[in-house]
Design a binder for this molecule. Structure first.
Ligand code: T1G
Length: 697
C-alpha cells in the first residue's frame, strides 16, 4: 500500500486520502497510490460512495512540476482520472486550499465536488508555458461554457469557491475548516439519496450552446496584445475549441497533441525555471533558516516622493503602520495626496474597496521631525541619490532610533558600507532597493553591507515576503545586481546610437526579445535626469565618463515622460513613445561634433551588444559573490525589469544561447570595441572550458 495515498472506510463511505507534502502534487507515487486506493474502494462492498480528500495545507495543487522533462512513469494522470470517472460508485472530491492544474482536473474526473469557502480552484498551466493536459480543456467547458473556461485557462487565474459554485465547477461550498468532515457529510448525502455516477464528460448542454461560437476567434484576437510573444495561450484556445468541435475522446487526443507542442516549446523551460527560481531566492545561501527574525510592526520612511510614497503603500497594504517624514509640510501633503490618489485609482478600478482606501490611509501618518521614528522597528530612507545627504540622515537616525531598529536605504546604486559608516550600528544597516513604481514592481533587492548581521538579512527577507515582494539578497557594489547590469546595457545602447543606430531601432530589438520597454523608452519613464545625475556624480568622483547626446537632452529640459519629451515625444496624457526627428537631428549633430561617421548597424549586433554585455557583467557579479546563484540574477531581471519570464531570465537565456557562442562574441567585441565591459569574465571562460552552464553553478 502506498504511504502517500491511503484507503479506509468510514461508515458507508470509502475514503481515499492523499498525504504528500508540501502540496500533494501528483508525482508518480501519488498517481500509483490513487489507482491502488480506488481499486480498494471499488472492491469494498460496504462502501456506497467514495471520498477523495487531502491532508495538509491544500487539495492536490497540480502535476509534480519537478517531474517535467523526465521520462513519464505510468500511470499517466489522464488514465488515473479516467479510472475515477469510470468508477461504478459515485466519487466526491473534497477541496480545501488550492485545487490547481492536475488537481482540479482530478476533481473534475470525480462525480461531485464540495469545497470549503476558503478554497480556490484554477488551471494555471499557462503560467508554466503549458495547457491543462489531463482533460481540463475538455471537462471544464462542459461545466462553465466556452467563455469562462477560456478566461480561466488562458489567464491561469484562480477562482474562489463561491465563484466556482456559481459557475458549476463545484456542487457545494461549506464554511469551516474541517474538509474531511465536510466531505464525509456530502458523500453520505450522495449515498443516502442514491445520486448517480454523473460524469462531466457526458454533459452536453454547454457544448451545444456554444458550438460554433465567435468567442474563440475573439479570444485569439484579444491574446494578440495580451500574450505578445507567448506560445501556450493560443494553444489553450485551440484545445478548448476542440471540446466544442469534437467528441470527448477525440477532444482529449487533440488536447494531448497541443499539450506536447507546449511541452516542446522553449517557453516551458523558461517559465518553469522562473517558477522555481522565484521560490529558491528566498533560501539565502549561508543563512540558516532558523536565523532569528525581528518583528517589524511599524515602519518609518524618509521622503514622501514617488519612491517613498510607493514604499509606504506596500506596508499599509498589509496592515503595518507607516510614518513618513519630510522636510517641508507641503512636500508631505503632496506625497500623502499622491498616495490617496493611487488608492482611489485602484478603488475606481474595483481592485480595492473604498473602505480599504480609508483603512490604509489611516495607517499612513506624516511628520516633520525624526522624533516620529523613536519607536519604529524599521526605517527606510528614500531620498536623493546623494551620498552626503544619506550619511547625514543615517547619522541622525542612529541617534534617534531605538536599539535594534533596522536602518535601510532605498538607494539604487550607492555604497551601503559607506552609508553604514555614518552610524554606530553598521550591523543594523542594510539596503532595501525597491523598483519604481514601488507599490507595483514585485522585486525587492535587499543589499547586505559587509557588517550587516544575519538577523537583519533574515528580517528584510521576511519583510519582502510579508509585503508580497520577491526579495533577493545581493552583495554591495555600485548598482548591486540589477542596475550594475542595466548600466552596462545602457552604455552599450548609447554607444550603438552614437555609431549609427537610432534609439527606436535599439528599443525594438529589446522589445522583440520580450522586454516590456526598450532602453530609451525606459529612460524616458524613469526620467533622463536620473542617469544624467549618476553620470555627473561619477564625473565629480573623477571617473572618465564620455559625453553623451542624452546629456544634451537634459540641458534642453527634455527629461522624458514628465516633460512630454525626452528621447521620444509624448502626446498630452499619453505614454506612447513617438520617435522625434528633432532628436535624430540632435544625434546627427552630436556624431559630427564627436567626429563619428554613422554606419548601418544590424539588429543582431544590437542584440548581442546589449545582451552579452549584461551576461558578461552577470558572470563577474557571480565571480565576486555579489549574487550567490545565477537564478538570483534571473529573478532580479524578471521581477525588477520585466525580462520575459518565458525566457527564464538573462542567465538562463544565455545558457540556451550557448556560453561558447557568447564567449567568442564577447572576445570579438573586446578586440574590436575595447573597454573593461568586454573583458571576458573569468567565470564565463571557465564554464565554457568545462562545458558547463550558469545553471550548473
Ligand atoms: N509541483 C512541485 N512542487 C510544487 C508545486 C508543484 N506543482 N507547487 C508548489 N510546489 C512546491 C514549491 O516549489 C515549494 O517548494 C512548496 O511547494 C510551496 O510552494 C497535468 C501539467 C500551490 C499556490 O502550477 O501556484 O498540473 O520551496 O512556496 O506560496 O494539466 O505553489 O518549499 O521546496 O509556492 O503557499 C499546475 C503551482 C502544475 C501550481 C502554493 N499547478 N504552485 O503557494 O507555496 S502543471 C501549478 C503554486 C499541471 C496538468 C498540468 C503554489 C501554490 P519548497 P509555494 P504558496
Amino acid at each position: 500500500m502506498s504511504e502517500v495515498v491511503t484507503y479506509n472506510r468510514e461508515g458507508a463511505i470509502g475514503v481515499i486520502t492523499v498525504n504528500y507534502p508540501p502540496v500533494n502534487a501528483l508525482g508518480h507515487a501519488v498517481r500509483s497510490g490513487l489507482v491502488a486506493a480506488l481499486e480498494q474502494g471499488q472492491h469494498d462492498a460496504d462502501a456506497k460512495a467514495l471520498l477523495l480528500v487531502c491532508e495538509g495545507r491544500t487539495f492536490i495543487a497540480g502535476a509534480d512540476i519537478r517531474e517535467f522533462g523526465k521520462p513519464m512513469q505510468e500511470p499517466g494522470l489522464t488514465s488515473v482520472i479516467d479510472q475515477y470517472e469510470n468508477s461504478d460508485k459515485p466519487i466526491v472530491a473534497a477541496i480545501h486550499g488550492t485545487a490547481l492544474g492536475g488537481g482540479l482536473e482530478t476533481a473534475l474526473g470525480c462525480h461531485y465536488r464540495v469545497a470549503l469557502s476558503s478554497a480556490k480552484v484554477g488551471l494555471p498551466e499557462v503560467k508554466l508555458g503549458l495547457l491543462p493536459g489531463a482533460g481540463g480543456t475538455q471537462r471544464l467547458p462542459r461545466l462553465t461554457g466556452a467563455r469562462k473556461a477560456l478566461e480561466m485557462i488562458t489567464s491561469g487565474e484562480f477562482v474562489s469557491a463561491r465563484d466556482a459554485l456559481a459557475l458549476g465547477i463545484v456542487d457545494a461550498v461549506e464554511d469551516g475548516s474541517d474538509i474531511k468532515a465536510v466531505g464525509l457529510a456530502y458523500a453520505q448525502k450522495v449515498a443516502d439519496e442514491g445520486k448517480p455516477v454523473r460524469r462531466v464528460r457526458d454533459l452536453t448542454d454547454k457544448v451545444e450552446a456554444d458550438k460554433g461560437s465567435e468567442v474563440f476567434d475573439q479570444f485569439r484576437a484579444g491574446l494578440e496584445k495580451k500574450a505578445r510573444g507567448l506560445f501556450s495561450p493560443f494553444k489553450c484556445v485551440d484545445a478548448v475549441q476542440a471540446a466544442f468541435n469534437l467528441p470527448f475522446d477525440e477532444g482529449m487526443k487533440r488536447e494531448r497533441e497541443l499539450f506536447m507542442e507546449c511541452m516542446d516549446s522553449p517557453h516551458r523551460g523558461g517559465l518553469i525555471h522562473s517558477f522555481f527560481a522565484e521560490r529558491e531566492v528566498s533560501k539565502v545561501k549561508g543563512l540558516s533558516k532558523d536565523t532569528p527574525v525581528r518583528d517589524v510592526n511599524s515602519v518609518g520612511i524618509i521622503g514622501a516622493g514617488t519612491m517613498g510614497g510607493g514604499i509606504a503603500m506596500n506596508f499599509a497594504n498589509v496592515g503595518i503602520p507607516v510614518t513618513i517624514v519630510e522636510v517641508k509640510q507641503e512636500a508631505l501633503d503632496k506625497g500623502l495626496g499622491i498616495i490617496r490618489k493611487n488608492y482611489e485609482n485602484s478603488a475606481s478600478k474595483g481592485r480595492i474597496t473604498q473602505q480599504q482606501v480609508e483603512e490604509r490611509m489611516a495607517l499612513i501618518s506624516g511628520s516633520l521631525t525624526y522624533d516620529a521614528f523613536r519607536d519604529v522597528d524599521l526605517v527606510i530612507e528614500a531620498v536623493f541619490e546623494n551620498m552626503a545627504i544619506k550619511k547625514e540622515i543615517f547619522g541622525k537616525l542612529d541617534e534617534v532610533c531605538k536599539p535594534g531598529a533596522i536602518l535601510a536605504s532605498n538607494t539604487s546604486t550607492l555604497d551601503i558600507d559607506e552609508i553604514a559608516s555614518a552610524t554606530k550600528r553598521p550591523e543594523d544597516v542594510v539596503g532595501m532597493h525597491f523598483f519604481s513604481p514601488a507599490n507595483v514592481m514585485k522585486l525587492l533587492e535587499n543589499v547586505r553591507g559587509s557588517k550587516t548581521s544575519d538577523e537583519v538579512k533574515a528580517t528584510v527577507m521576511a519583510v519582502a515576503k510579508k509585503i508580497k515582494k520577491v526579495g533577493v539578497l545581493v552583495g554591495n557594489c555600485h548598482g548591486f545586481v540589477g542596475n550594475r547590469m542595466l548600466h552596462k546595457r545602457g552604455a552599450e545602447a548609447m554607444a550603438l546610437v552614437n555609431e549609427g543606430a537610432s534609439p527606436q531601432q535599439v528599443d525594438k530589438v529589446l522589445t522583440d526579445l520580450g522586454y516590456p520597454m526598450g532602453q530609451f523608452a525606459m529612460s524616458d519613464l524613469a526620467g533622463i535626469d536620473v542617469g544624467y545625475r549618476i553620470r555627473e556624480e561619477r564625473r565629480n568622483a573623477g571617473e572618465d565618463v564620455a559625453p553623451s547626446w542624452m546629456d544634451k537632452l537634459v540641458e534642453m529640459n527634455r527629461l522624458g515622460q514628465k516633460t512630454q519629451a525626452g528621447v521620444y515625444k509624448y502626446e498630452e496624457g499619453s505614454r506612447k513613445p513617438i520617435p522625434d526627428p528633432d532628436v535624430d537631428q540632435l544625434i546627427a549633430e552630436f556624431r559630427k561634433e564627436q567626429g563619428i561617421t554613422p554606419r548601418e548597424i544590424s539588429d543582431q549586433e544590437i542584440l548581442e551588444r546589449c545582451m552579452y554585455v549584461m551576461i558578461n557583467e552577470g558572470a563577474k557579479i557571480l565571480e565576486e559573490g555579489i549574487a550567490d546563484r545565477s537564478l538570483d540574477i534571473d529573478v532580479v531581471w524578471i521581477y525588477g525589469y520585466g525580462f520575459p519570464a518565458y525566457r527564464g531570465g538573462p542567465m538562463f537565456w544565455a545558457d540556451q544561447v550557448g556560453l561558447d557562442t557568447i564567449l567568442s562574441t564577447v572576445k570579438n567585441f573586446h578586440d574590436t570595441l575595447g573597454g573593461q565591459q568586454w573583458k571576458p569574465a573569468a567565470l564565463l571562460e571557465k564554464l565554457v572550458s568545462e562545458g558547463r552552464k550558469f545553471g550548473d553553478l
